[in-house]
Design a protein around this ligand. Structure first.
Ligand SMILES: Nc1nc2c(ncn2[C@@H]2O[C@H](COP(=O)(O)OP(=O)(O)O)[C@@H](O)[C@H]2O)c(=O)[nH]1
Ligand SMILES: [Mg+2]
Length: 302
């Protein structure tokens, strides 16, 4: 299936809710306050966030109040306005250093480890040398999961003993990357958000130790977010941004969520680049974030 189809199918729960809502709200009616209220509520239900919903409502009011507006027009209008919100943050990840160090962070289960594999598959295809560090040292299964992907994609994985020091591992991996002509080093981490102090200490320590080997590392701190958690993802950006500066987002599980609007909410609230979207569990199920494609898939226009 093409990526566009996958995205469109994945977002169909969101787009169907929006489309059905728009049909019932806008058919043959002049735009009035009641219609605008219902429209705003639809956007909130799609997880676009209260602020975005209010702004889009106001904009529509300003442009079209008391005018007839068809269902098709409103969908096209919405897709375009969403595209404008997404465009400034739809930025690819540039590999700008050698080795380029990427720290993967995020809550347990959002897709960090899988995303490392997916991103790396693209870099390998471009002929880059990739190395991974299994920094989620608390769960043996997490290390094994990365090793399984490593065997599949032929990527070497640096590990330490269970419960071992993630910062020490990260430092050793960076040294190794520097010594062996590696282009991209991905450091996996644990996402134990239930113990914020511990997580903060661990991430700060990883960063501090990396800087001993390369003052500019990590070059990219990628926060992975699970779209199915809706507005929770917004809270996670705030929490992780407090702990450690984030300069990229990957949003996963866009295959089959009714909360796809959260991507709009994130784009509006934070000016953090969204570098890629996850639309499945396979290594090929990650694609660059494109504002126009996403906006059209979300609203269900072609
Ligand atoms: N449907 C779907 N599943 C995903 C996606 N990304 C990751 N997963 C699955 O989510 C689960 C947790 O992923 P994992 O990479 O282990 O998360 P981590 O704990 O953050 O490292 C695994 O079963 C993955 O296969 C995605 O984009 N779509
Ligand atoms: Mg993991």
């Amino acid at each position: 299936m093409s990526f566009w189809k996958k995205l469109k199918t994945g977002l169909s729960k969101t787009s169907q809710n929006l489309t059905q809502g728009i049909t019932s709200v806008f058919t043959h009616r002049k735009l009035d306050e009641q219609t605008l209220d219902a429209f705003e509520e639809l956007l909130i239900q799609a997880d676009m966030g209260i602020k975005t919903a209010a702004e889009l409502r106001d904009l529509l009011k300003k442009q079209r109040m008391h005018q007839e507006i068809s269902e098709q027009e409103i969908k096209e209008w919405l897709a375009l306005e969403i595209q404008k919100i997404l465009e400034p943050v739809a930025l690819p990840l540039e590999i700008s250093h050698k080795p380029h160090v990427i720290l993967m962070i995020g809550v347990n289960g959002v897709g960090k480890t899988t995303t490392i594999a997916k991103l790396s598959k693209n870099w390998l295809a471009e002929g880059r040398k990739v190395l991974w560090a299994a920094g989620d040292t608390f769960r043996a299964a997490a290390v094994e999961q990365l090793q399984t992907w490593g065997a599949r994609l032929n990527v070497e994985v640096c590990t330490t003993k269970p419960g071992g020091d993630a910062a020490g591992l990260a430092f050793d991996a960076l040294k190794k990357a520097q010594d062996t002509n590696v282009d991209v080093l991905c450091i996996d981490t644990a996402g134990r958000l239930q113990n914020k102090t511990y997580l903060m200490d661990e991430l700060e320590k990883i960063v501090r130790v990396l800087k001993k080997a390369d003052a500019k590392a990590p070059h990219t701190v990628l926060l992975v977010l699970d779209a199915t958690t809706g507005q929770n993802a917004v809270d996670q950006v705030k929490i992780f941004n407090d702990i450690i500066g984030i300069n990229g987002l990957v949003i996963t599980k866009l295959d089959g969520t009714a909360k796809g609007g959260v991507v709009v909410s994130l784009s509006k609230q934070f000016s953090i680049p969204i570098i890629a979207l996850g639309v499945g569990e396979g290594a090929d199920d990650l694609k660059p974030f494109r504002a126009d494609d996403f906006a059209r898939a979300l609203v269900g226009t072609d």
